[in-house]
Design a protein around this ligand. Structure first.
Ligand code: GTP
Length: 343
């Protein structure tokens, strides 16, 4: 609808947020250039509670121990479960550590932390598949997840990141259910200087996103990121709504949406696995973002998700600032968990 107006009038209706050119340059959000040191220390800081639980926990377990015996291994297993690695990832780590102890490759309790680090990397590495928009392809990234997982915030951070990298991005306010969601997305749009296509609360989400794709294609922009209302993975009719969005977009571009990412709150622990399985069954996920790792000691859930699901982990959130959304890099994630500085 906005686009029809745009085509007719070559300008936008009053109050419409689609005109990025009209926004003051001072509000541009950019990714700071102080990487990698500054960003790595933010990651370390964000993962402080999980580090205390996991690396700190192992440190306390091995304190004063001379050998790796069955008791120590049992305590390690309990610690991994407490850190929310889940049963499958815990089993993989324990099998690997136990085998190395049996072969006498691992004898010193002090080396346990390094062994754990390596096992975690084995689990996480296959899930690190970075994704970036492609110039001029007008692709669609649909963001889904339960209420409050961090979808809108993650979209805002991604828009700022990709805009700063030189991509042209459009946002669709497809969360037409929560009154503040449209405003929240428009706020992110203003800060990142990207257009937001929106209709009122209660509008049909599929229609908003369809319109936004029309706009994105007409402008020849690189990417449309579409917000959706939070929904429980157990609410069948709301999962049907996501399928409808996919069908409707397909009428305009049979390949859209090219990406469907699930946003998971790390604090939901093992329930995140159920959410991921059910969203994946319903709409076929191509990526996962794990938010709020800064608010939990259970960062081990990243390994649980990596082990249980063959879906790339695209980004992790370790705070509320734009630079706190980090591309998922297993090495720096594990370094930050075990407090080894890269610099
Ligand atoms: N500490 C922290 N807070 C985060 C992170 N990501 C998102 N949040 C916060 O989580 C809260 C919920 O985020 P939203 O983006 O509104 O969540 P949503 O999934 O869009 O919510 P619904 O529209 O209700 O489905 C906000 O206060 C965000 O600032 C993160 O990585 N760390």
């Amino acid at each position: 609808m906005v686009f029809d107006w745009f085509k007719r009038n070559k300008s936008l209706p009053a109050g419409e947020t689609f005109a990025e050119e009209a926004l003051p340059p001072a509000t541009v959000a950019t990714i700071p250039e102080d990487a990698p040191k500054g960003l790595f220390s933010r990651l370390r800081q964000g993962l402080a509670r999980s580090r205390e639980q996991l690396a700190g926990g192992v440190g306390r377990l091995v304190l004063g121990k001379k050998v790796i015996d069955a008791d120590l291994l049992e305590d390690l297993e309990a610690l991994l479960l407490q850190a929310d690695l889940g049963s499958a990832a815990t089993r993989e780590v324990m099998d690997s550590v136990t085998e190395r102890v049996r072969r006498k490759e691992l004898t010193d309790p002090a080396a346990l932390q390094a062994a754990l680090r390596e096992s975690l990397l084995d689990i996480l590495r296959p899930r690190a598949q970075p994704w970036s928009p492609e110039k001029g392809h007008s692709q669609v990234l649909l963001m889904v997840g339960i209420n409050g997982a961090g979808k809108t915030t993650t979209i805002g951070k991604l828009a700022a990141r990709w805009k700063a990298e030189g991509f042209t991005v459009v946002l669709a306010a497809g969360d037409t259910f929560r009154a503040a969601a449209v405003e929240q997305l428009q706020g992110w749009g203003r800060r990142a200087q990207v257009p937001v296509v929106a209709q009122g609360t209660g509008a049909d989400s599929a229609s908003v996103i369809f319109d936004a794709l029309t706009t994105t294609r007409a402008r020849g922009n690189d990417l449309l990121i579409a917000d959706t209302a939070g929904r429980l993975h157990t609410q069948g009719h709301l999962m049907e709504e996501l399928k409808k969005i996919r069908r409707v977009l397909g009428k305009q571009d049979p390949e859209a949406p090219q990406q469907i990412w699930l946003v998971l709150d790390a604090g939901t622990g093992q329930n995140a696995l159920n959410q991921a399985r059910q969203f994946h069954d319903a709409v076929g996920l191509t990526g996962i973002c794990i938010t709020k790792l800064d608010g939990t000691a259970k960062g081990g859930v990243v390994a649980a998700i990596a082990k249980a699901l063959p879906i790339p982990i695209r980004y992790i959130g370790v705070g509320e600032q734009v630079e706190d959304l980090r591309p998922f890099d297993p090495e720096s994630f594990v370094d930050a968990l075990f407090a080894e500085s890269k610099s």
